[in-house]
Design a protein around this ligand. Sequence first.
Ligand code: 5AD
Ligand code: SF4
Length: 543
Amino acid sequence: MGKAFDIGLDRLTGVGVPESDKPNMSLRTASEGGLYTGQDKGGRPLCEETLGLADSPCATNNGQTFYLETFGCQMNEHDSEKVAGVLLARGYRQVESVDAADVVLYNTCSIREKAAQKVFSRLGEWRPGLESSKLSISSSKFQNRETQDPGSKRGPGAPANNTATGTQPGMDVPQKIIGVLGCVAQQEGQKIFARAPWVSLVCGSASYRKLPELIRELEKGNRRVTGLDTDTDETFETEITRRDNPWRAYLTIIEGCDKACSYCVVPFTRGPERSRTSASILEEVRQLTDAGYTEVQLLGQTVNSYRDPSARKMRFSELLVAVAEVPGIRRVRFTTSHPRDFGKDIVEAIEAVPAICEHVHLPVQSGSTRVLQAMARTYSRDEYLEKVALMHNAKRAISITTDLIVGFPGETEKEFEETLSLLDAVQYDGAFCFKYSPRPNTPSLRMEDVIAEEEKSRRLTVLIEKQREIQRARNERLVGEMFEVLVEGKSKKEHQWSGHTSSNKVMNFTSRREESLGDYVRVKVTGVTPNSLIGGVVEEGLS
Ligand code: 5AD
Ligand code: SF4
C-alpha cells in the first residue's frame, strides 16, 4: 500500500514549511483566508518540481490545466481533493473555468436519480452542434485525434477493466479531455461513451488507485480509458492531497460499503469495505497538525464499521481517542455512522475526550420496523432507539442528526407516521430528508406498491416541517448558553463572523475584534433560526 499522503501537503494547503515562513493558522485573518487554487505563493503552478521532488513530470505536461467539478457527498469532495493532488503532482494546474482547462473532470454522484440526471445534463452541455455547446467555444478545440486500435496501448499486464480504447473512425473529438469520475462512472461504465462520445475517461471511485496510470494513457494519446474494477482491496491513498477546506481536514478511513441496504447504489458504485491501517491514519493526522490543521473529520460511508487491517487491530472508538491525542488536534469529527455498529464504546469515548466532537450523524431512514426490514437496515425501531438512549444519557450533550427516506415502496400512512413519531422521540438537531428514488440494480427496484410521486412529495413536506419545528425549539433552548466556536468565515457585513460549534451547529456571531480565521472563540447564543445559532463573542475568550 502506498505511503499515506502528504508530501508537500503544507504547500498544497497553502500553509506550512519552511519554518521561517510557517504560517500559524491562528494568525491568518479573514482576508488572508480563502481557498487554495493550485498555485504556490509565487503564483507558480504546483508540481513535483516546485515541491522539490525528484523526477518531476512537470515539464512533460507543459502547463496542462484541469477543471474539476464535484457532485454529491463529503466522500466525493474528499476524493476530489485527492484527485486534484494526483494531477498537481503530475504538473497539471487547476483552473476555475472549463474554458481554460485542457482536462475537464466531473466527480459524480448517483445516490438518487436527480443527482445522476444532473451529471448527464452537465455532460450534455458539451454536445457538439449545440449552440450553447462548450465545444463550440472555439473550433480550435476540435481536432481529428489519432484513432487507436481498441486496447492497442494497453500496458502489459493491465487489468481487463483498465482499458484504453479507440474512437470511431472519422469522428471529430474535442481536444479537451473530458472525464467522468465517481459513482455515475462506476454505475454506467462504458455506456457513458455511447451517451456522451466526447468523454475520454470513465473511472469509478473503487479504481482511483489507477488514476495516474489512466492519465498516463491519455497523455500518450489514447482516446478512451476506463477504470471500473470494484473487486479491489485497496484504498485510494495518494502521495499528495490538495485540501480545499482550510479549517477542516477530511480523511477517509474506510472506503466502500458492505451493508447492502435494499435501496442503495453505494455497494455497487464504491465496492466492498476497505479500511486503512491505524498507523497510516495517525501518520496523516500528524502531518495535518504540522500543516496547521486543528480539526479533522474521519470519513467513511459506514465510518464506525472501521476494522484496522494491521496487527494493532485498533477499534474505531480507540482510533477516535488516538486521533484526538495527536498534539495540536482540537476537534475530531466522524461521519457517517451506521446504527448496527454504533455502541457504548463510542459514546464513552465522546464523554471522556473533549476533543471528540459532541455530534453523531446516525441515519435511521425510517421509524417503522417493517420498513426498516424491507430496507435491510439490520435494526428495528427499538434497537435504534436504544442507541439513541446511550447518547441521551451521556455526560455530554451529544447532538444527533440523521437521514430519512419517505415513500419507500409499500410505506403506508401509518408507517410514515411512525417516522414522524420517531422525530419526537429522538429530537434530532438536523435531518436530511429524501424522497425514495428507485436506483438501478438495487433490490427495492423489484418491490411492489410504488408510492405516487405527489404522495412522496406530501410526506416529504410534512416531515421537513415537523423537523424544522423540532430544530427551532431545540435551538431556542440554547439561548444564553456559551459555545466554543472555530472561526471559519467573515461576513461582508461588518463585525459578522461564522463558524461551527463542537456539536456542528452553524454559529453566526458578532465580534468587534478583528478575529483570526482558524481561532477558537467563546460565543454566547442570543438568538436562533431553525438551522443556525446567532451569538456574540464573549470578550474574555478562551482561545
Ligand atoms: N432514494 C432516496 N434516498 C436515498 N439515500 C440513499 N439511497 C437512496 C435512494 N435510493 C439516502 C439515504 C442515505 C443518504 C446518503 O442518501 O438516506 O443515508
Ligand atoms: Fe448505502 Fe446502506 Fe451502505 Fe449507507 S449503509 S452507503 S445507505 S448501503
